[in-house]
Design a protein around this ligand. Structure first.
Ligand code: VG1
Ligand code: CO
Length: 543
């Protein structure tokens, strides 16, 4: 297995999106496509000789082939050790934890997260730095620049290492250490939550269902929920990770987590339901016939954090992405702790956590997490909820209603228009922005526009500036409409419209969110002219 330097030519389309580089599997299988990107990472991070690399993925189609290629390249690029999850498996939060725990220089995570997998599905790759978090924008831009001028890469070809058994082997000078992907992560969870009281809860007649959606959380959830916490066998469904996720769309929301939703909205619904996505960093929380919006979930966790052993001393501060509802802002102000509003994507939270400014953070897109790792964490959120239910002895629905009674309710919804022609998506965005001058002061029924802007963020820790992060229309009562283009899709464009209004009157808290937001929905359609520009009358997915 000699080390080789291979000549190559650049691809022009390797700019990472919201969360790494995501493309169709067929694109990643193009000659030197993966190799180019990986060498661009290695050239940009300048890992000193002797460094450790963490490597793993969500098990989707092409995962293991890619891991072999990357191992050969890591060896040829001077890494001393690669730590790989058995079978090439590591959930995103488990990878983040491993980087931190083992003092690795960084890690490469193979996943396209909630995007469908399989031979005709999507694949993805991202680099996480030594803090365990996604590479900051400066680094992802540097990787992209490298990829545009790359002319050679280093590799040990056709590596033959056993990835199916725990143990160590060598590729040239580099040690490959295959580890159990689950146990270290499960131990971390056990150190944060009151497992004894959750076990007690699950011993009684409290019934749960967790849908792993045939993706990476299966083995993690079986170990933690069934084995360590004693949930009845079968509480974890779709628990075997499959390369094509069983043909499904591993996105935990009311549309795609169909199997779970049927059960949770059926006769004899269990008391608690949850699901996670392809790479295990997202979560959806349900009670019996009751859905918790991710923005509300973040607020509930923040408000009750002291009930959980890992957070009993309180929170340093909280952060949310700009499109996420302001529910957590109200909690922060009641607790008297700092609050931050960042652009979409987890990479912006890392600096705040490293600087000790925030403990909890979250996004409206089913992502919640804390400074225990530097990624969002699906199972962590599930355990947080179970811990709260055990401590408060209340149902999911009761906890939510109590919360709204105390803080008021931020009605919230996201309308996604998927797979639009790029041109028409751009036209919608331009149409919205072109109204920014004349909108302030305009009255739409009970809503008056206060101001409009394209969100930009100055990182309070390193001072870096991120522009163009979403078009905001803010009304005088704090209601908002946000338009933003997705940065994770692999075909066409996805337009996201985020809608939010606040209701303090408890008698209206039971309203359906779509009804409560109906006027804002109509105002948004009127301003953007989305129907005429895209031919779409309704969104593809409403969450
Ligand atoms: C989406 C979500 C964003 C999330 C990102 C990665 O990005 O909106 O909140 O951080 O996915 O999540 P976008 O650019 O498509 O809106 V994951 O679980 O796919 O890594
Ligand atoms: Co994900």
């Amino acid at each position: 297995m000699p080390e080789k330097i291979v000549e190559t030519t650049p691809y022009e389309d390797q700019r990472p999106g919201t969360s790494g580089l995501r493309k169709k599997v067929s694109v990643f299988r193009k000659k030197n496509y993966l190799e180019n990107f990986v060498q661009s990472i290695f050239d940009s991070i300048n890992a000193p000789r002797g460094s450790v690399l963490v490597l793993g993925g969500d098990g989707r189609f092409y995962n293991i082939e890619a891991i072999r290629i990357i191992l050969g390249m890591a060896a040829a690029n001077g890494f001393d050790r690669a730590i790989v999850g058995k079978g090439g498996i590591l959930s995103t939060p488990a990878a983040s934890h491993l980087i931190r725990k083992r003092g690795a220089y960084g890690g490469i995570i193979l996943s396209a997260s909630h995007n469908p997998g399989g031979e005709h599905g999507d694949f993805g790759i991202k680099y996480n730095s030594e803090n365990g978090g996604p590479a900051p924008e400066k680094l992802t831009e540097a990787i992209y620049e490298k990829s545009r001028s790359i002319s050679r890469y280093r590799i040990v070809e056709e590596v033959e290492v056993d990835l199916e058994n725990i143990g160590e082997s060598k590729i040239g000078e580099m040690t490959v250490e295959v580890i159990d992907p689950v146990s270290g992560y499960a131990d971390l969870m056990e150190s944060l939550f009151d497992f004894a009281s959750i076990r007690h809860l699950l011993k009684g007649d409290f019934r749960i269902r967790f849908d792993a959606m045939h993706a990476v959380t299966g083995p993690y959830a079986v170990e933690i929920l069934e084995k360590r916490l004693g949930a009845k066998q079968g509480s974890v469904m779709n628990s075997i990770p499959l390369p094509d996720f069983g043909g499904g769309h591993p996105d935990p929301n009311l549309t795609y987590a169909e199997d779970l939703v049927k059960i949770m909205y059926g006769e004899k619904a269990p008391d608690f339901g949850a699901a996670s996505d392809g790479d295990g960093d997202r979560n959806m929380i349900l009670g019996g016939r009751f859905f918790v919006t991710p923005s509300d979930s973040l607020a509930v966790l923040a408000a009750n954090a002291k009930l959980v052993p890992g957070y009993q001393d309180g929170l340093l501060g909280v952060a949310r992405s700009m499109p996420t509802s302001g529910a957590v802002d109200r909690v922060a102000s009641a607790l008297g702790i700092p609050f931050y509003e960042t652009p979409t994507g987890w990479k912006f939270f890392g600096n705040l956590m490293d600087a000790g400014r925030v403990t909890l953070c979250g996004e409206e897109s089913f992502g919640t997490g804390s400074n225990h790792v530097r990624e969002k964490d699906g199972l962590w959120a599930v355990l947080f909820w179970l811990n709260l239910i055990a401590a408060k002895r209340m149902s999911v629905e009761e906890i939510m209603h109590e919360h709204w009674k105390t803080f008021g309710r931020n009605f919230y919804s996201r309308h996604d228009y998927e797979d639009l022609p790029l041109e028409s998506a751009r036209k919608v965005m331009e149409a919205v922005e072109s109204r920014f001058r004349d909108l302030p002061g305009t009255v739409f029924g009970k809503y008056t526009v206060l101001h409009c802007d394209d969100f930009s963020y100055k990182d309070p820790v390193d001072g870096s500036l991120s522009r163009g992060q979403g078009l905001r229309i803010v009304f005088t009562d704090g209601s908002r409409i946000v338009h933003r283009l997705s940065g994770t899709g692999t075909s066409g464009a996805t337009l996201r419209v985020y809608l939010e209004c606040f209701e303090s009157n408890a008698s209206r808290h039971k309203l359906d969110a779509q009804d409560a937001l109906s006027e804002l929905i109509a105002i948004a359609k009127g301003i953007s002219g989305i129907e005429e520009k895209t031919g779409r009358k309704e969104p593809t997915v409403i969450t």
